[in-house]
Ligand binder design. Structure first.
Ligand code: DC
Length: 226
């Protein structure tokens, strides 16, 4: 009999620290790591380059037939390739962040991108992070975490990331952009951001990454998953 694979999901709003926590948790447990936001970002980067009308769904869906995604694990995180072009860095630009909702809100787009996420996870133990990992993509996950933090703290964390890349933006602008994206992620009808049923809810506003990690490892142990 094949050993059962273990799936841990971490959902929550942008900037709560999901990526860092999920990557470090995966490293610690020896699991694969899936950053599903990168899949939506890569598709957005791809469509943006074609200059299509964001409001016109049919050409977007047709274009995605030529979207070939490769996700590679590396020490610094997940490397993302679209049609063999390394887009790991450009997909993090605000220009991309602020357009993802044009794709993420469309059920037709999600129908194309969800199988890519499931196939990446096939046959291996995985930590998957995003918005709908526990609710839609991996509904049978063994541990579903919902990681939250205050808007102010999330904006501060995102600012640090932008500063490190030399992308100048004020805290106020970032806060407003994050708030707008939260609203769109929660209000859309297609796989909105929500707490999955039975989720282990953790507010990380006052916690360091190491502390969050420790709490999640303990919870996984308590459930005899690791
Ligand atoms: O986690 P992130 O900031 O990289 O995600 C970028 C966008 O992708 C976010 O605004 C919502 C969308 N997204 C989604 O719709 N579903 C997911 N599972 C992950 C991200």
């Amino acid at each position: 009999m094949k050993p059962r694979r273990i799936v841990l999901t971490i959902d929550g709003p942008g900037g709560a620290g999901k990526s860092t926590v999920a990557r470090r948790l995966a490293e610690r447990l020896g699991f694969a790591f899936l950053d599903s936001g990168a899949v939506y970002r890569a598709a957005t980067w791809f469509v943006a380059r074609l200059g299509l009308d964001w409001e016109d769904e049919a050409p977007i869906l047709a274009a995605l037939d030529d979207f070939h995604l490769r996700l590679e694990e590396s020490r610094s995180g997940m490397k993302v390739f679209v049609n063999s072009i390394d887009v790991t860095v450009p997909i993090r630009l605000r220009e991309v962040s602020n357009h993802v909702f044009h794709l993420a809100r469309r059920p037709g787009v999600r129908e194309k991108l969800v199988p890519l996420q499931r196939s990446f996870a096939e046959g291996r133990n995985i930590v998957a992070e995003g918005r709908d990992m526990g609710s839609v993509v991996f509904p049978d996950a063994d541990l579903k975490v919902y990681l939250d933090a205050s808007l102010e703290e999330r904006a501060r964390r995102r600012k640090k990331e932008h500063d490190a890349r030399g992308e100048e933006v004020s805290l106020e602008v970032l806060q407003a952009e994050i708030q707008r994206r939260d609203h769109r992620d929660m209000m859309r009808t297609a796989s909105p951001l929500s707490k999955p049923e039975g989720a282990f809810v953790l507010d990380a506003t006052l916690l360091q990454v190491d502390q969050v990690l420790e709490i999640l490892v303990q919870e996984a142990k308590r459930r005899k998953l690791v």
